[in-house]
Write a protein of this length. Structure first.
Length: 195
């Protein structure tokens, strides 16, 4: 007989991989906040906004369906989008794994991948094998983060850095920030999605 926890873990990983095929619409660095708001309606619920200097921070909570909540009870996520002059200049997401650590970690991994692809304008993997490979790599990165080693991830040809770290309540934080300005006379960072 197969233990229930293995069935739940397999189901959660299946749900997590499906999430990669239907983005919850995180923000793309450089896009207008108005464009993000239209996409965000399906996956996030607006909570609040705050201002500091020229920046406006928009805070959202993740909208979760009943299937996800059953597979990973207590799983939760929040998104903060940083906007300057009407354009997204950064974003971060915090995720709590909930009562079923492995199921929550699988969902957090899927959301982290989706977050990275959307933020950088990177296309999702096209095959099941490449999706599973990248999912495994991100799972390893999240394991390293939970072990106390923050991770900075870059994709060649895409402007921005993805940072994974542990939150104060032992969840995971993923952040997307643009690359620093190039040195004077240096080449401008290029994002293939913006060409």
């Amino acid at each position: 007989m197969i233990p229930v926890t293995k069935i739940l873990a397999a189901t959660t990983i299946s749900i997590a991989l499906t999430l990669l095929q239907c983005s919850l619409a995180e923000a793309r660095l450089g896009e207008t906040y108005a464009a993000f708001k239209i996409k965000a309606a399906k996956g996030f619920k607006f909570k609040s906004e705050s201002k500091k200097d020229t920046r406006t921070y928009y805070i959202y909570s993740m909208a979760l369906d009943a299937t996800t909540m059953q597979a990973a009870p207590g799983f939760a996520g929040g998104l903060t989008v940083t906007v300057v002059n009407g354009h997204v200049t950064g974003q971060s997401m915090v995720m709590r794994f909930g009562d079923n650590y492995e199921a929550g970690k699988a969902l957090a991994t899927a959301h982290a991948l989706d977050f990275a692809y959307e933020a950088l304008g990177k296309p999702s993997p096209k095959t099941k094998e490449s999706t599973e490979k990248e999912f495994t790599q991100y799972t390893t990165a999240i394991d390293q983060v939970m072990g106390g080693s923050p991770q900075n991830l870059r994709y060649p040809g895409f402007n921005g850095v993805i940072t994974l770290s542990v939150s104060p309540d032992q969840g995971v934080i993923i952040a997307a920030t643009p690359d620093a300005a190039p040195p004077p006379g240096g080449p401008e960072p290029v994002n293939k999605a913006n060409k």
